[in-house]
Design a protein around this ligand. Structure first.
Ligand code: HEC
Length: 266
């Protein structure tokens, strides 16, 4: 065992006593290698709670003068999570089209796909793709009327066929496909779709599924009925236009027109 010299023990005792009494001061003063006694004395001379009379170290002063978040910035900062959310949303790819008849049609096509196939290839319902829709309906008006009404309304009204009576391959008459009926789609005829949704579906079927060329043969029809700027579509959407008010459409089942016939002006 080594003997600890008496002067060292005393210094240790002094230091403990001094350290204990200067705790408050020591907290404010950076750790130091100086003996505790002078610190204790300094703390005793300086009035308690006022260690600030000792100038701050430059980095402490800088931190204090840097100031808190200004109150006017609080609102902006509070919105940060929303900005972040919008930013992340913005990075995601946009849907092909946000509005217009075709976009509505794409959205609604699920109501038809179960019978007509996701690609219009047919099933319980007739084939809609590969130009079939334009063959049956050279005029979009007749297609709107058919989808609105469906098979039973045509039968009930005693209309012999729908679409072009001179259709290549023969006219399509009610239940001529597999004996089953096409359900009415128009909300006033017992279906679930509004008139602008029906126009959207018919546009989607003609131009996407059935492949009509909106820059060629069908450009005029496309502009008038199916483009995003279509006044008819916008009118149906805001209620200023109805099928009833559109020449050649209407809501009562009626015989369709062939390609060389004109739709009678309203
Ligand atoms: C329950 C099955 C069923 C559903 C759902 C259905 N259809 Fe049909 N669709 C048929 C049948 C069956 C026919 C043939 C009707 C007939 O022969 O009387 C048909 C015929 C058609 C035709 C005529 C095609 C042609 O060239 O003759 C069009 C256009 C059409 N459907 C559009 C639609 C649209 C648009 C929807 C969705 C809003 C839809 N159908 C939903 C069963 C269905």
């Amino acid at each position: 065992m080594t003997e600890i010299p008496e002067h060292l023990l005393k210094r240790s005792r002094d230091r403990k006593a001094g350290g204990a009494s200067s705790d408050a001061g020591a907290a404010a003063v950076p750790a130091t290698t100086e003996p505790a006694a002078p610190v204790a004395r300094a703390a005793a001379e300086i009035p308690a709670q006022k260690p600030v009379s000792k100038p701050d170290a430059p980095h402490v002063a800088a931190a204090k003068s840097r100031g808190r978040i200004p109150y006017w910035a609080m609102g902006t900062l509070a919105l940060m999570p929303i900005f972040l959310f919008m930013y992340v949303r913005g990075l995601q790819p946009q849907k092909a089209e946000a509005s217009g008849p075709i976009a509505i049609g794409i959205e609604q096509y699920g109501a038809c796909a179960s019978c007509h196939g996701a690609d219009g290839g047919g099933g319980a319902g007739r084939v809609l793709k590969d130009g079939e829709s334009q063959k049956t309906f050279p005029h979009i008006e007749d297609m709107l009327n058919w989808v609105y009404n469906g098979t039973e309304a045509y039968e009930a009204a005693g209309v012999a066929s729908y679409g072009d009576p001179n259709r290549e391959g023969g006219a399509h008459y009610p239940r001529s496909y597999n004996g089953s009926a096409m359900p009415a789609q128009g909300s006033m005829a017992g279906g679930a779709l509004t008139e602008y949704e029906i126009l959207g579906l018919v546009c989607h079927i003609r131009y996407d599924i059935s492949g009509a060329d909106e820059t060629g043969e069908w450009a005029e029809e496309y502009e008038k009925w199916c483009s995003e700027e279509s006044a008819i579509f916008l009118g149906l959407e805001d209620g200023s236009v109805t099928f009833e008010s559109l020449p050649g459409v209407g809501t009562a089942p009626r015989l369709g027109t062939s390609a060389d016939q004109e739709i009678a002006a309203g």
